[in-house]
Design a binder for this molecule. Structure first.
Ligand code: PA5
Length: 448
């Protein structure tokens, strides 16, 4: 199983000779990488970067599989309540590893696996619509909050708990819930303890946006029939690859270093991710949060005000060729684009011939739709290159649990390395916490 990174088109000599990173800087980055790797190792030994352990957690997988076996086929819907890092991972997993429009498939074609609804926002219209659509008797609710105190998630919990209780009764409602939260702290942990509601832990050292490979993502994945072993095996491959001490042999580190270098020396403040696959649309949104919340910081590691961070943009090809690519090709020279190409779709879905078709149609006939998608990716990359725009390409053979696990871990590792290049703490989110505190105040929570 491979994940290939092609970074050729980040460099000036491969673009228009004017824009792009100076190829000579590669040697300097490679030399500095020794210190970056040493800092990551040091911090890892002192309790940071705990997400790197997630490729190997057989006991957690066994416990989740065992629990999920007891729930399978009893519920028709899985309703996830969570926001930010407690929701985006589950959504990325579903859209990558289950067929498009999963919820619209009849139960027999879903082979008994439940539909999935993720309520992130507290827009009352969305929440009410979900409750009107789902059957409470057949809904299992996974409430996910690392802190156990996020207002959006707890408000959803209160509304949904009441909705279930009104139909199945107070006593039976408990069996419709599973809580994923901090091992010791917070309102959800207290509920699990006091009411004996099923619960799983988010390991203490793993923050929300790095938690997709903990129970946060693994419970929805297990309930939807995904292969947890393969997901984690793919993640472990990315971890093993990141043990390499050379930038050349460590693609996640190289991707992060080049993103940083592009911003530091070419003012490329915008980092676009553009998978050429609808199944990775939600993955791009997961990346957007990971990259933004980890690197957008007022203070550097030394506590000095420095207001750092790239702006990530989530797009999907070929759709956004007709939306944002005009800006990418002709707008300010302030972006890098990372394409994700999925090799095995190229041969899929032949475009049939029609007798007497005009030349505007006939050139498509006998080709495949996957071929067209791939031609569009190559054409867009070449158009960008010809106009001096930097891009990288990540290529995977296919989208399955193993490749997805590897991709997820690749971006988490890259974010961890980027924290060192940007000299910020990628694992905190004081800006988000400030917003949470002001919300508590505005809503009259005691103590705020
Ligand atoms: O990545 C993060 O830490 C955040 O995006 C959180 O996931 C988000 O704020 C939700 O927090 P919690 O899981 O504590 O409810």
């Amino acid at each position: 199983m491979t994940l290939r990174l092609d970074d050729t088109l980040m460099f000036r000599d491969k673009l228009d000779g004017v824009h792009g990173i100076n190829p000579a800087s590669v040697a300097e980055l490679a030399e500095r990488f020794a210190d970056v790797q040493a800092e990551v190792r040091h911090r890892r030994e002192h309790g940071e970067y705990s997400f790197l352990k997630l490729g190997h957690q057989p006991d957690v997988v066994d416990a989740i599989e065992h629990w999920a076996d007891g729930k399978r086929r009893r519920f028709y819907h899985l309703l996830v309540l969570g926001i930010g890092g407690s929701a985006l991972g589950a959504k990325a997993l579903l859209s990558a590893l289950r067929p498009p429009a999963w919820n619209e498939w009849p139960a027999e074609r879903r082979d008994g696996w439940p539909t999935l609804t993720v309520l992130e926002n507290v827009d009352p219209v969305t929440v009410q619509e979900a409750l009107d659509r789902l059957d409470p008797r057949r809904t299992l609710v996974n409430v996910i909050s690392k802190s156990g105190g996020t207002a959006e998630t707890l408000a959803q919990y209160l509304v949904v708990r009441d909705w279930i209780e009104r139909t199945v009764g107070v006593g039976a409602a408990r069996d419709h819930f599973v809580l994923t939260t901090d091992p010791a702290k917070g309102a959800l942990r207290a509920l699990a303890r006091e009411e004996g509601i099923d619960s799983f832990e988010v390991p203490a050292g793993v923050g929300g946006r790095f938690s997709v490979l903990t129970a946060v993502g693994l419970i929805p994945a297990a309930l939807l029939g995904m292969d947890l072993g393969e997901l984690l095996a793919g993640a472990q491959e990315a971890v093993s690859e990141a043990e390499s001490n050379t930038l050349a042999g460590n693609p996640a580190a190289r991707w992060a270093a080049l993103q940083w270098q592009a911003q530091a020396t070419r003012a490329a403040n915008v980092h676009v991710l553009m998978p050429y696959s609808d199944r990775l649309r939600e993955f791009a949104e997961w990346y957007r949060q990971l990259w933004a919340e980890s690197l957008g910081k007022r203070l550097d590691r030394g506590g000095r005000e420095s207001f750092r961070g790239p702006t990530p943009v989530a797009t999907v090809g070929a759709t956004d060729q007709h939306s944002q690519v005009q800006l990418f090709i002709e707008g300010p020279f302030d972006k890098t684009i990372t394409f994700i190409r999925v090799a095995d779709t190229v041969g899929m879905l032949e475009i049939p011939a029609r007798p007497g078709a005009s030349p505007e149609l006939s050139y498509l006939q006998g080709k495949t739709m996957g071929q067209l998608l791939d031609a569009e990716f190559k054409a867009t990359r070449e158009a960008l290159r010809s106009q001096g725009r930097m891009s990288m390409t990540l290529e995977i053979d296919t989208i399955d649990a193993r490749h997805l696990g590897r991709l997820l871990m690749f971006f988490q590792i890259a974010t961890g390395y980027a924290g060192v290049w940007y000299d910020v703490n990628p694992f905190d989110q004081p800006g988000v916490e400030l917003g949470k505190v002001l919300t508590f105040k505005a809503m009259g929570r005691a103590g705020y």
